[in-house]
Design a protein around this ligand. Structure first.
Ligand code: SF4
Length: 478
């Protein structure tokens, strides 16, 4: 749905497979939910790294001919989401450069909080940037490194950046996976026969038949080469800050992220939500697809039957032609349609994972009521979202977050619901068990584990909340 935090990016890497680019294609296909603006693959045959990138979905971007031009047994790939105005090919990944250390291609999931500062320094020293992506900073640092080996140059460059970064890096003969010391973004390690696979979510391994081995650890640099896998831990210890929103909404429910089943955590959120905020009602209805797991948990715990009272059209493209004549709730109707036989005359518990601006939620409540619902009770499986993200997630400015500027009663009135209730922070953290201290929950608390720059332009850029006209001169995004 439109009014959501936007997924960041999905990354994939494989070493030691005769059809590496094809595997990367399939991996990206499974990670498509993490970014739909552009897709790219870089592959190496041991002699040369080649890259192909394009705007659009993975399935539209690559065909067998394109993949045939990416030979070799090593490959990395990337799907990207970008904010409006930044959706251009020069920002698509992998980014490939050739420098004194040889060719190197990089894919990044996350957001570097000191990218602007580093970039300004690099530009002063003569660096010329091809894109306005923060990821390119890593490549410039790599190219300028005086380290004698590729590994040491990678370590040298990633040691200078701060914030959220899961990276897959490809050189002529090796695959390198890096995860920031806080472990903001997921990165899983697996095996496909003798081949080594790394990817944002395990659903990418499932598609190609790979087996999950473990996560790339926070602060780990994993070098995969013909001589095996080498693990380097170059960063000083730092508090863990896994993005809890991966469990709430971003990741696919069939994935494991941060070592946990997303489906289990998300369903558990629904159970906790039912215990925290019960209500007399006839039917639990998920807002598909994001609210389905939590609604199942809510129904199970509350013993109120779950019914699919809203049906999603899975074939809505990114653009459609809006008819001239006004059609009530058109924007949301094109994606969701209410099932009158389920909703008519019923007291409905509408379960969704989050509310950002509230605009879509209001349309859905109205739509459910128009289908005959007697009461509509909105239940949200995370706490009120009150603060933007600076670690690689596209969120609106704080002023646009309804929960940052409105009381619960004002939100209820805006949504035109009979009641609205959010999961508590305590409830959210309890859903991930005894690893609760390992998670970032800054968008619910406004307390940030990695300091963020305070000057306005950088602040806005990092939060990916660009007012195009005001601060889009050097947008930072991925
Ligand atoms: S601020 Fe929210 S969305 Fe961003 S990393 Fe933290 S939990 Fe995830």
């Amino acid at each position: 749905m439109a009014d959501k935090f936007k997924d960041e990016c999905g990354i994939f890497g494989i070493f030691g497979h005769p059809e590496a680019a094809n595997m990367a294609y399939l991996g990206l296909y499974a990670l498509q939910h993490r970014g739909q603006e552009s897709a790219g693959i870089a592959a190496s045959d041991g002699e040369q790294v080649r890259v192909s990138r394009a705007m659009g979905y993975v399935a539209d971007t690559f065909d067998s001919e394109t993949l045939a031009h990416l030979p070799g047994s090593l490959a990395i790939g990337h799907v990207r989401y970008s904010t409006a105005g930044e959706s251009k090919l020069s920002n698509a990944q992998p980014i490939l450069i050739d420098c004194t250390h040889g060719q190197i291609a990089v894919c990044h999931n996350g957001n570097l909080v000191n990218a602007r500062e580093l970039r300004d320094d690099l530009v002063r020293q003569g660096s010329i940037f091809q894109s306005n992506s923060d990821t390119e900073v890593v490549l410039h640092l790599y190219a300028r490194s005086k380290a004698s080996s590729v590994e040491d140059a990678v370590v040298d460059s990633v040691s200078q950046v701060q914030g959220a970064f899961s990276l897959v890096i490809l050189t002529r003969d090796r695959l390198i996976a890096v995860r920031d010391p806080h472990g903001f973004r997921p990165l899983a390690l697996g095996r496909l026969g003798d081949a080594v696979v790394v990817c944002s979510e395990t659903c990418a391994m499932d598609l190609i038949g790979a087996t999950y081995v473990r996560d790339v650890e926070p602060g780990e640099v994993l070098v995969v080469s013909a001589s095996g896998i080498r693990s380097i831990k170059p960063f000083p210890p730092a508090p863990l800050a896994h993005c809890i929103f991966e469990h709430v909404y971003f990741a696919r429910p069939d994935s494991y992220v941060f070592g946990k089943s997303v489906n289990e955590v998300r369903t558990n959120l629904g159970r906790i939500l039912a215990r925290e905020h019960p209500v007399d009602a006839d039917v639990v209805v998920p807002v598909p697809d994001s609210g389905v797991c939590a609604a199942m948990g809510y129904a199970e715990e509350s013993h109120v039957p779950l019914r699919m009272g809203l049906i999603r059209n899975h074939y809505v493209g990114r653009t459609f032609i809006q008819p001239q004549a006004a059609i009530r709730h058109f924007g949301v109707k094109v994606k969701l349609n209410p099932v009158k036989s389920i909703l008519d005359g019923q007291r409905v518990i509408l379960v969704d994972d989050s509310i950002v601006r509230g605009t879509t939620s209001r349309k859905i409540v109205r739509m459910v009521r128009a289908a005959g619902a007697r009461e509509v009770h909105v239940r949200i499986s995370c706490p009120p979202t009150i603060s933007p993200c600076f670690y690689g997630v596209d969120t609106p400015q704080r002023a646009e977050l309804i929960a940052a500027t409105h009381t619960l009663e004002e939100i209820r009135q805006y949504l035109e619901a009979d009641s609205v209730a959010y999961m508590s922070l305590e409830g959210l953290l309890s859903a991930v068990g005894n690893e609760r201290d390992s998670y970032c929950s800054s968008c619910y608390t406004g307390r940030y584990p990695v300091p963020i720059p305070r000057d306005e332009a950088t602040y806005l850029q990092l939060a990916l909340k660009l007012d195009k006209d005001a601060v889009a001169k050097e947008p930072v995004a991925k």
